[in-house]
Design a binder for this molecule. Sequence first.
Ligand SMILES: [Ca+2]
Ligand SMILES: [Ca+2]
Ligand SMILES: [Ca+2]
Ligand SMILES: [Ca+2]
Length: 527
Amino acid sequence: MYRSSGVACALVLVFSACGNDSSSGGEVPAWEGSEPTAPTPAGDAPGAPVDTDPAAPGASDPTPPNGEAPATNEGNVPVGGLSPGDDAPGGDAPNDEGDGSDDPDTVPPSDDSPVVPPITPPNPGEVLAFPGAQGFGRFSVGARGRDVVHVTNLNDSGAGSLRDAISQANRTVVFDVGGVIHLESRLVFKNNQTIAGQTAPGGGITLYGDGTSFSAANNTIVRYVRFRMGRIGESEKDTITMANGHDVIWDHCSLSWGRDGTFDLNVESGEQLYNLTLQDSIVSQGLQTHSTGGLVATTGTSIIRSLYIDNNSRNPKARGTLQFVNNVVYNWVVSGYILGDTAGRSDGAMVGNYFIPGPETNGGTLDSPTPQYNLFASGNFYDSNKNGTLDGRLLGQGDFGSVTWQTTPSVPFPDVPALTAQEAFEYVSAHAGASIFRDAVDDYVVSELASLGQRGATISDETSLGLPNVVGNLPSAAAPADVDRDGMADAWERANGLDPADVNDRNGDRNGDGWTNLEEYINSLAR
Ligand SMILES: [Ca+2]
Ligand SMILES: [Ca+2]
Ligand SMILES: [Ca+2]
Ligand SMILES: [Ca+2]
């Protein structure tokens, strides 16, 4: 079902432990292609070139915050390992997690038992959020079978605006207009919404000017939307934040310019936060001086085939249960991927990712590992020579420092068909983000990625990019006619045996596959 246009995907089940096939959990992936990528014992990554990066400041293994013995890379090359955490100059601001601290916190509980994510068991016949939905958030139902509302203008608020459309739960939001919505205040989503950005004509939809919250927006689906907060947004806030709730999937979204985090999922005390997926997306240019991808501290999140680029630190900061598959991380400054940096237990899987330092990179690729971080890792690559060619090496166990190394996942993770790291680089380069029309901002950062070490920079002000209208121009187009306003275009309804004069046929299921007719229409626009 998954349409991976343009890439010959080596669809290899990397691990399978989602309650239905634990027998293969943790098997060494049978990689296809030319790269020998079986996980290697500690410290023997084959052909590891000498890392010529300048030494990371503080990479000489200071005592980590929790007092455990300094981790070393066990004789391997210093990919980064420990650095002074991501609290280095220019790193985290003290306001960071909204709780006034960045200390080893209560997330997740700091006992020794696995933090088992409350996976929603896949009931027989359970329907994915959409074809190709993967990871913990794949069963989000959105507004399936509920109401539909049209966004008819680009106003910040009022009748016909997106803000008005999402003011009620249980709505599929379709767009009759494309372009930039200038947010004058934060946008707060509600539960059981389907935000069908792929319906926006022309260049699609960009939200610019402030951030968004998905706290308690349970069972929500968001596709093909650009979230660009910007310096004009509220200080100390995230581009996307979520502090409680479950079952949300963001697909083909472009996130940038957070003033705190850019993609920040941090469970608040006493709450739960789980069953979340970010896939085929871009998290870019968190604004200095904080400049982070974000903190992901939940009991079940998957980040898949996405690009973290030009963030000073936290690409992401991983705590709790996080599955990180086929992502590309480029041009971090002080910290790449942060392995917990907390006394609480974490359970992670990292498979088929590519870490590529850029011109500003001077800190740990795999930063602040702790023994409380239980990590299953396989097929991750690292290309540090900044030579304009993708020619990295396999990361071995020793590169991950003092994590507790797991040869099989320490908790069940959903099945995710994985690419090799090299294939992931190609896929992400071509398809990540709101890719139906790739805007100037995404073009900018993806071209930096394509330089493979030669270009890339964090920014403190989005206007410094010098793009027209700050966010680039989006081509305009007219939406197709939808006379009955059920969200499905007249022509598509006719072609599929539906009635362009019947608003209620949207919630039928003409072919019995579990997706409503409206869902089939909006999913037909994704590509
Ligand atoms: Ca290279
Ligand atoms: Ca219609
Ligand atoms: Ca109809
Ligand atoms: Ca159907």
